[in-house]
Ligand binder design. Structure first.
Ligand SMILES: Cc1ncc(COP(=O)(O)O)c(C=O)c1O
Length: 506
């Protein structure tokens, strides 16, 4: 047996944690203490408590970066006290901020910045970026359609999006009072197609019971108008959260041109925005397409920085209505703000700049290709390992995005995806299990997100753990008490440090 033993330090911390837990009641923990304590003591106490969290490097559920170069971490500490919003006080930080926006926009073929060129900003993540982008489109729709002769006071703005969209689209619709035309996925097709979008926008309002009801039109009021007139934006997802699937942005752009529709496309490239420019540079999904008016990306995903940074880029400055720019006179130096958030630490910006300069385009290309190769490796091994081959079916395309989502074809013995996730959790791995969205909800999947820190050797360890769990769950004999105790012990080991090569033969 060859698992990672607890380090001495960790063991000491575990021991220290015990009396602490018995000394402090749950109620006391939730109260601010009457008196303070030394910073060092408190630091150690919090660290001890945090050691019970999952190990970020075994978290295969999240797209968010869990490991960066140590110099990036040091830089982050250097600027943790600088508030990004204070651009007049920290002009050099602001310069760097603008540079990373330009470098990101360049990946999306945004052309030049400036008067008629693109504008962009960073955000706390893609959710904020998506909401800001869609808000601009909502404003523009109002200005555009309210001025057309056929407009009615009953008109409501609609967002057209697939049901695989991230929850932040639902938040946007609810928080900012926008109706949604959801496009369902189909069995075997986990993205939306141009034909589906065409069917929505070309339908007469009078033939669409949802729009008739929500807007309260009579048949006469609806007349010959089409649903497309009410559409403020079409959202396309590049790298869906469910399976990494890519919507057909170029096809959707084409049908808008063919139908002479003046409808903007917002591309949610939260996860794909730093992958596709390097792995499929000829795939057109960005500002090379005329209807793509705004794009968001999560820098903290494949931009390779820790959590807290996204970017929003608009094709040109005219898309952001003046109404949404708020004057902020109380900072030194007048400024206009376009964000949902105000104060933000500037360390993410410094770390992103560090990653851009250390990796360069060649480095990102290499890293993204490696992620795809590891995803393909995991998918192939799942299909080839004697313990797993007859059970799993791949539902994602790991050659497009480094995401391996798979379903169970059969459920022999005690094997279910939930039981498998539980068994993997005992070895420290965090792997989500969920159902696909409406219309394909009978498909339950387990998903592994491959990030650079999930190296080939780590992938082998994971696959070995997965194969062992499958063997165990499909065997007739229930697990012995001794085996359960062993797993519990291994779990403690895994939580105490990064995964190691417990069993190299995958
Ligand atoms: C496709 C997609 N869009 C948006 C988001 C939200 O991104 P963030 O966490 O950066 O706010 C995610 C997060 O996983 C995502 O996968």
């Amino acid at each position: 047996m060859n698992w990672n033993p607890l380090s001495k330090r960790k063991r000491r911390l575990e021991r220290l944690a015990e009396p602490e837990a018995t000394r402090t009641t749950a109620d006391e923990i939730d109260q601010m203490p009457r008196d303070g304590s030394s910073g060092r003591k408190v630091y150690r106490r919090i660290l001890r408590e945090l050691s019970r969290d999952g190990n970020p490097e075994q978290n295969l559920a999240s797209f968010v970066t869990t490991r960066m170069d140590q110099h990036a971490g040091r830089l982050a500490l250097e600027c943790i006290g600088k508030n990004l919003i204070n651009s007049a006080e920290y002009p050099q930080t602001e310069q760097i901020h603008q540079r990373i926006v330009r470098m990101t926009a360049d990946l999306f073929h945004a052309g030049r910045s400036g008067e008629n060129g693109f504008i962009g900003t960073t955000t706390v993540g893609s959710s904020e970026a998506i909401m800001l982008g869609l808000l601009a489109h909502k404003w523009n729709w109002r200005n555009r359609y309210r001025q057309t002769p056929q407009a009615s006071p009953k008109d409501q703005p609609y967002l057209v999006i697939g049901t695989h969209a991230h929850a932040c689209f639902t938040k946007f619709a609810r928080y900012f009072d926008v109706a949604v035309k959801w496009i369902p996925l189909q069995p075997g097709q986990l993205s939306i197609t141009a034909e589906q979008v065409r069917a929505v926008i070309e339908t007469r309002i009078s033939d669409d019971p949802q729009v008739m009801k929500e807007c309260g039109f009579t048949q006469e009021e609806a007349g010959e108008r089409k649903v497309g007139e009410l559409v403020m934006a079409i959202g396309c997802v590049l790298g869906s959260t469910y399976s990494g699937s890519l919507d057909d942005v170029a096809g959707i752009d084409r049908i808008l041109t063919q139908g002479n529709w003046d409808i903007p496309i917002h591309v949610d490239a939260a996860s794909g925005g730093f992958v596709l420019p390097f792995t499929q540079p000829h795939l057109e999904w960005d500002f090379r397409l005329p209807h793509v008016q705004s794009i968001n990306v999560s820098n903290h995903k494949y931009g390779l920085v820790y959590a807290g940074l996204g970017t929003l880029v608009f094709r040109h400055g005219g898309i952001v209505p003046d109404d949404l720019l708020v004057d902020v006179p109380y900072l030194s130096g007048e400024m206009r703000s376009f964000s949902l958030n105000f104060s933000r630490p500037s360390n993410s910006v410094a770390m992103q700049y560090h990653a851009f300069l250390t990796l360069g385009k060649a480095g990102y290309r290499r890293v993204m290709r490696e992620c795809l190769a590891t995803a393909r490796f995991v998918a192939d091994r799942l299909a080839a390992m004697p313990q797993t081959q007859q059970y799993f079916e791949l539902v994602s395309n790991p050659d497009e995005m480094p995401v391996v989502a798979f379903r169970l074809q059969r459920t022999p013995g005690r094997l279910t995806l939930d039981a498998l996730a539980e068994a993997l959790k005992r070895k420290g791995w965090i792997v989500p299990v969920y159902r696909l969205p409406a219309n394909v909800e009978e498909v339950e999947v387990m998903r592994v997100v491959v990030k650079p820190e999930f190296t080939r050797s780590r992938a082998k360890t994971f696959l070995n753990d997965l194969a062992a769990a499958v063997r165990e769950l499909t065997s007739e004999a229930p697990r012995t008490v001794a085996a359960q105790a062993l797993d519990a012990f291994r779990n403690v080991c895994a939580a105490s440090g990064p995964a190691t090569e417990r069993d190299g033969a995958c």
